[in-house]
Design a protein around this ligand. Structure first.
Ligand code: SF4
Length: 280
């Protein structure tokens, strides 16, 4: 039995989620900033964290963007195999929601052609990732992704003999190379396994896992904690201020891989990590 969902409903829900996501910091990231403030010992970094906390309160109260970079609008869509979308082209409906929200909401338009650099002037098209799942629901994670943290994302396919130590080394090397560019304190999403493209998706999806929850796999949970401590020991700190807290949380997702491969991808989510969920 299929369930019909109208394109017009999807468009309206995505538009509402965009406006919410650019002005209201998610609860788990608020918690991450509060925890960072409590753990921070350096006065300059404490002051900067206080400013970040004031910033999200002001943004929410006055309905203004959390950051001037209102991002590339990404949608991570999980569509139930029993859903039937009616009333038009769903990708176009989502991009139309982006266009209307960014133009009418006076949000910065950041999307351009990769070579000519000509701006599309309405922040469209949306970057949409579709995943087919069981069930009859449509879940859309709406994410305005800032360029500063996105630009530091990276990945590689290690040799199997590099092992788990090679994975750790690659992640730490990526953190050192990124330095303060991803606007710390950040969340680090790590993908391990799969193939080249699926590993990149794993790291992105890990980035948006609730940072207050723990991995059910104790190996991953321990690795996440250990990596977070090692990253914080680099002393990069909030906005590169040399403080104790560079990373609010590491989240890791894994998938099976080929016996000759060990892919690893790293995605950074800045202190303004924005996301809003729509479930229809
Ligand atoms: S990386 Fe994030 S906090 Fe930094 S400028 Fe971009 S959107 Fe803003």
């Amino acid at each position: 039995m299929t369930r019909d969902i109208e394109c017009s409903l999807i468009k309206r829900k995505v538009a509402d989620a965009i406006l919410k996501s650019v002005t209201v910091l998610p609860d788990d990231i608020r918690q991450g900033l509060a925890d960072a403030r409590r753990a921070e010992s350096k006065p300059l970094s404490q002051e900067l964290l206080d400013m970040l906390i004031s910033n999200y309160k002001i943004a929410e109260e006055h309905h203004i963007p959390l950051c001037q970079d209102t991002g590339a609008l990404c949608v991570y869509a999980e569509i139930g195999q029993d859903v039937h979308i009616i009333g038009g082209d769903v990708n176009q409906a989502i991009s139309d929601a982006v266009s209307e929200s960014y133009v009418n909401g006076f949000l910065r338009k950041s999307i351009c052609s990769p070579l000519s650099r000509a701006n599309t002037k309405d922040n469209s098209p949306a970057f949409i990732d579709w995943e087919l799942v069981p069930g009859d629901r449509l879940r859309l994670l709406v994410v305005p992704k800032g360029g500063g943290c996105e630009n530091m994302s990276c990945g590689t396919v290690l040799k199997v003999s590099d092992g788990i130590d090679g994975v750790r080394k690659y992640i730490l090397q990526s953190v050192r190379t990124a330095a303060s560019a991803p606007c710390p304190p950040y969340v680090l999403g790590v993908g391990i396994g799969g193939n080249l493209e699926s590993c990149a998706r794993l790291s992105k999806k890990a980035l948006y896992d609730d940072i207050r929850s723990d991995s059910s796999d104790p190996l991953l949970s321990d690795m996440e904690k250990e990596l977070k401590d090692t990253i914080n020991a680099t002393g990069i700190g909030t906005a590169g201020s040399g403080g104790d807290i560079t990373c609010m949380r590491v989240r890791i997702r894994t998938f099976f891989t080929h016996i000759t491969s060990l892919p690893v991808f790293v995605s950074f989510g800045c202190n303004s990590l924005r996301k809003a969920e729509v479930v229809i």
